[in-house]
Design a protein around this ligand. Structure first.
Ligand code: NAD
Ligand code: DAU
Length: 357
């Protein structure tokens, strides 16, 4: 079959990886997906309910830093394509404890690149047109002022341990293309939101706190800007890149939805008040907003110029922020048991350390 391939998805139990596996299952049912995930605090098998182990799907619990395991998987499964999501992904955690970011994001990526190189080039080539898709972030470009956009030629200027570790893995991936001809594509994407996002990130955290009447922490003056992309738009872009992308290229992916953080927080408060009524005592949810100490080194603004992917691949975002945030809030409202089931004692401890409440 023309489309038949075995894809190694790393980090498939996290937010974007899980959305990608659900989408692949729907739109490319002939792909076999092997999901390698360590199940850190951010990974959860509940994100993949409905995806059955079988001919087209295998879950392997394991660490991308385990070189022997990764090499074995490549051989066992005849991996054709790698879609590499696995990472430590939360900027705040990288500030309080960077070591895991260096290990997973840099050493883990290196292991995957090495396994790809030795499997795809180290024996009789039986695999046609392999691809290593490295899923990265716009944060590698640093921070913008009031104007301008990140394009694929913007210089790297990472400012947090998280973005520095992702920049480092981008450089390794790019070096494997230039040095060994490994067919690598890098994507640099803006802030995703949607179902299955862990409630340490702004949108699910504000939703969850608003539901339980906890304060809504807004860093600094609340005017930092992010370019929000609905997660299924991101996943559609990745499917298109797997099929039409050119090895050696980087593609920026963005939502064309720039919002200040405070606007996002207020919108969530107002939407919830409208949908389920105000807090007990009739107070609007905006009354929970608290401006708190800013994130160290907080990047001021991200905004993506996504014209290359539109011109070369034909992808552009299809979900406006207004539609996407409503869909997201509806999803979280109808999956409250999901949030309850993934936050445990370690989340509460993280929350207390981070926010002091
Ligand atoms: P996430 O934190 O929700 O999920 C990460 C997943 O990786 C989890 O399932 C976790 O268990 C797994 N994992 C972590 N360390 C691992 C290891 N050593 N071995 C195997 N599995 C491991 O992250 P996300 O938000 O879904 O992001 C996925 C990727 O997309 C990351 O590489 C991130 O840098 C990138 N990205 C994210 C965004 C965003 O807005 N969330 C935007 C652009 C790019
Ligand atoms: O730009 C892409 C990146 O987007 C991804 O590479 C990262 O993996 C992903 O986590 C995200 O990074 P951010 O730091 O932008 O996302 P976060 O949801 O943590 O924060 C969004 C903005 O909201 C940011 O300006 C910080 C602010 N914020 C965040 C939290 C958690 C608050 O004001 N209060 C909060 O409690």
């Amino acid at each position: 079959m023309e489309n038949s391939k075995t894809i190694l998805v790393t980090g498939g139990c996290g937010f974007i990886g899980a959305n990608f596996i659900h989408m692949a299952n729907r739109v490319r049912p002939d792909w076999r997906v092997v999901n390698l995930d360590k199940l850190t605090y951010a990974g959860n098998l509940k994100n993949l309910e409905g995806i059955q182990q079988g001919e087209n799907y295998r879950f392997v619990k394991g660490d991308i830093c385990d070189a022997a395991l990764v090499a074995r998987l490549f051989m066992e499964e005849n991996i054709h394509t790698v879609v590499h999501f696995a990472a430590e992904s939360h900027v705040d955690r990288s500030i309080s404890g960077p070591a895991d970011f260096i290990q997973t994001n840099i050493v883990g990526t290196f292991n995957l690149l090495e396994a790809s190189r030795s499997c795809w080039f180290g024996q009789d080539k039986t695999i046609e047109l392999p691809l290593f898709l490295h899923v990265s972030t716009d944060e590698v470009y640093g921070s913008l002022g009031e104007t301008g956009y990140f394009s694929e030629t913007t210089s790297y200027d990472p400012r947090s341990p998280y973005s520095a570790s992702k920049a480092s893995s981008d450089h390794l991936a790019s070096a494997y293309f230039h040095t060994y001809d490994l067919p690598v594509i890098i994507t640099n994407c803006s802030n995703n939101y949607g179902p299955y996002q862990f409630p340490e990130k702004l949108i699910p955290l504000i939703f969850h706190n608003s539901m339980i009447g906890r304060e809504l922490p807004v860093y600094g003056d609340g005017k930092n800007v992010r370019d929000w992309l609905y997660v299924t738009d991101h996943c559609e872009a990745l499917v298109a890149i797997i099929e039409l992308g050119k090895p050696g290229k980087s593609y920026n992916i963005g939502g064309n939805n720039e919002k200040q953080n405070i606007e996002v927080v207020q919108l969530i408060c107002d939407t919830l008040d409208e949908k389920i009524g105000p807090l007990e005592g009739g107070l609007p949810r905006r009354s929970l907003i608290r401006y708190v100490t800013d994130r160290l080194g907080h990047d001021r603004r991200y905004a993506i110029d996504a014209s290359l992917i539109k011109e070369n691949i034909g992808w552009q975002p299809s979900v406006s922020f207004e539609t996407g945030i409503k869909q997201t809030i509806d999803w979280y409202l109808s999956h409250q048991e999901w949030i309850g089931s993934i936050i445990d004692g370690s989340y509460q401890e993280y929350y207390r350390k981070m926010y002091g409440t």
